[in-house]
Design a protein around this ligand. Structure first.
Ligand SMILES: Nc1nc2c(ncn2[C@@H]2O[C@H](COP(=O)(O)OP(=O)(O)O)[C@@H](O)[C@H]2O)c(=O)[nH]1
Ligand SMILES: *[C@@H]1O[C@H](CO)[C@@H](O)[C@H](O)[C@H]1NC(C)=O
Ligand SMILES: *[C@@H]1O[C@H](CO)[C@@H](O)[C@H](O)[C@H]1NC(C)=O
Ligand SMILES: [Mg+2]
Length: 376
């Protein structure tokens, strides 16, 4: 009998016990119940920081997706899109699926399931995606708890200690939140945590295959065009909130670099063409990759760039995550400063030291401001 054959049963047993190791410091669960991927990713970074500060294991929640024509959200396992190991380098994490299967039976009895929310009744399962999310794991709450005046900013006011003294892990092994314990947009202090988010093999392979097989050899410029009908409506709010959504990514968290403009939110076609041309020239690009939720403007851009030796492409059946993984590999990227989808690509590029720009920003170098200057 070889040593391995002899050891195998023990190794096997050890791995089972490793799997069911309970963190005596407790767990954090939450529903990424606000917005789509970009919003949920912002919230994830904050939740990761929150869990680290409280020194509790974070259950990686599934991503909540909305499929056209389906009344209920679809929950896609976190690890379908991202790797576990890089996150573990920063802090203890476990997939929510594994938590529910192996840990919950030990630390979260059915009659002790309390949700934490912003009011006296957190209505954790009322409406979509709230109900479908917890139903995915057959979770029902028997109590509600308002956690005020505590908040999620663990970088100030000794907040983590306050959470832990109010909810010691011996008494509350699981803190389950109806929304992410994080702010939107992502708090400035947590932006850098993006470096622990690494696309899964499946997503990377699809992005790399596209770049290899569809794009011509050479540098490429990646652009994000956020132009669906929901976005038209979002941009209408700009007047009242000059730091809307992800605008701090270019304007600064205190608007120290200006206020948001309509051009930044919904850039006119001629501005897009102008900025793309400049980027193609600067980076000697052989192609332009377009990512969009709606209109990729392929015919328009192809025509606008016809004097340059450059081709314009999109993925045939675009999937948001694959689009993002391609954008992260472009030699230069131009995105929408207001969009959290752009923010994901921008953060990933920052982590890798790659340059990015935004439509209509800074205002004086491009678009209307420049035109006005030329008219004078
Ligand atoms: N495939 C693809 N989908 C996009 C793109 N831009 C937006 N979307 C979709 O529209 C959603 C926009 O919501 P969100 O991610 O919260 O970003 P935001 O609304 O732009 O801040 C994304 O999650 C995608 O589902 C894109 O460039 N490519
Ligand atoms: C955090 O939790 C881990 C695992 O439960 C524990 O080993 C470590 O001592 C804790 N750190 C602090 C600062 O309490
Ligand atoms: C941009 O232009 C505006 C108006 O033309 C001017 O007030 C502002 O100082 C300029 N900003 C920069 C950074 O040059
Ligand atoms: Mg959105």
């Amino acid at each position: 009998m070889s040593l391995l054959t002899f050891l195998l049963p023990f190794l096997f047993a050890a791995s089972i016990f490793a799997n069911i190791d309970v963190d005596s410091n407790g767990y954090i669960l939450y529903c990424p119940c606000m917005g789509r991927f970009g919003n949920q990713a912002d919230h994830f970074l904050g939740s990761l920081a929150f869990a680290k500060a409280l020194n509790r294991t974070l259950a990686l929640p599934p991503w909540v997706e909305y499929r056209f024509g389906e009344p209920k959200s679809v929950q896609v396992p976190f690890l379908h899109y991202f790797e576990l190991e890089p996150l573990s380098e920063f802090h203890r994490v476990i997939s929510m699926e594994e938590f529910m299967e192996n840990i919950a039976p030990k630390v979260w009895p059915l009659n002790e399931r309390t949700c934490k929310g912003q009011g006296t009744d957190c209505n954790a399962k009322e409406g979509n995606p709230f109900g479908p999310f917890w139903d995915t794991f057959s979770v029902d709450f028997v109590h509600s708890e308002f956690y005020g005046p505590l908040n999620y900013d663990v970088h100030h006011q000794d907040m983590a200690r306050k959470w832990n003294s109010r909810y010691p892990s011996q008494k509350s092994p699981v803190l389950a939140f109806t929304g992410a314990p994080a702010s939107f947009p992502v708090q400035q202090e947590n932006v850098g945590l993006h470096k622990y988010l690494k696309w899964s093999r499946r997503i990377v392979d699809r992005a790399v295959n596209f770049i290899r097989n569809v794009l011509p050899i050479g540098a490429f410029v990646g652009i994000h065009l956020r132009n669906g009908v929901d976005w038209t409506r979002a941009c209408e709010h700009l007047e009242h909130s000059p730091n809307l959504f992800s605008a701090p990514q270019c304007l600064g968290y205190r608007n120290e670099l200006g206020i948001a403009s309509q051009e930044m939110c919904f850039p006119p076609h001629d501005l897009i063409a102008k900025q793309v041309k400049l980027a193609v020239k600067d980076y000697h690009a052989k192609s332009v990759f377009v990512s969009s939720d709606n209109d990729h403007l392929i015919p328009f851009l192809t025509k606008a760039l016809k004097r340059m030796e450059v081709t314009v492409h999109k993925v045939a059946n675009p999937e948001p995550h694959v689009d993002l993984a391609i954008l992260s590999r472009a030699n230069y990227f131009i995105g929408n400063c207001i969009s959290s989808f752009t923010a994901f690509a921008k953060r990933e590029r920052d982590v890798n030291g790659l340059p990015s720009g935004f439509w209509g920003f800074p205002p004086n170098r491009t678009g209307a401001a420049k035109q006005k200057h030329e008219e004078l």
